[in-house]
Design a binder for this molecule. Structure first.
Ligand SMILES: C[S@@+](CC[C@H](N)C(=O)[O-])C[C@H]1O[C@@H](n2cnc3c(N)ncnc32)[C@H](O)[C@@H]1O
Length: 149
């Protein structure tokens, strides 16, 4: 909600600014900034095991070779072996979570069904918003198992 919230560590593989072609959503002169606190790949996060109580995984959901349009400039895109990439992202999210920690995952089903993405991790979501007939955006919560219990 607030990209400057000091409680949050924002990670992204890009640190870029893009001027955006004006349209109804973006007035002339708009620039999109992607300015993470940590520039890193979510398949190899620079954090020790069990660092965070809470992780949000919000990967790109559009398959494209390059960030050409406004949506892919803003949200990035999936290219190459994106299934291995998302599987690696899930693995890393669970590695950096503390036991009993929560992972919030967001997926937008415009191109790839949610079930195909959930097949990329052995973990099962606990609960979530499944979207509706017109809604393609899904949010769900996973709980990291505490193996000591
Ligand atoms: C849907 S956006 C996240 C938007 C963010 N939640 C926000 O509110 O600004 C997905 C982001 O994942 C980043 N990304 C794509 N592949 C990545 C990777 N392998 N490692 C880290 N970040 C990646 C993209 O650069 C893009 O900014």
């Amino acid at each position: 909600m607030d990209k400057d919230d000091s409680r949050v560590t924002f990670q992204d593989c890009r640190n870029v600014s893009y001027p955006i072609k004006p349209d109804r959503a973006y007035p002339s002169g708009t620039t999109i900034h992607v300015r993470p606190d940590v520039v890193a790949d979510f398949t190899a996060m620079p954090f020790p095991d069990e660092t965070f109580w809470h992780v949000v995984f919000d990967p790109p959901h559009i398959i494209r070779n390059a960030e050409l349009g406004t949506v892919t400039k803003k949200y990035g895109c999936l290219n190459g072996d994106w299934k291995a990439m998302l599987a690696g992202g899930f693995r890393e999210c669970f590695r950096v979570l503390k036991p009993n920690g929560t992972l919030i995952f967001k997926w937008c089903e415009t191109q790839i069904p949610l079930k195909d993405i959930l097949a990329l991790t052995p973990e099962k979501p606990l609960y979530g918003h499944k979207g509706g007939q017109k809604s393609v955006t899904h949010w769900m919560a996973f709980l990291k198992q505490n193996k000591l219990l």
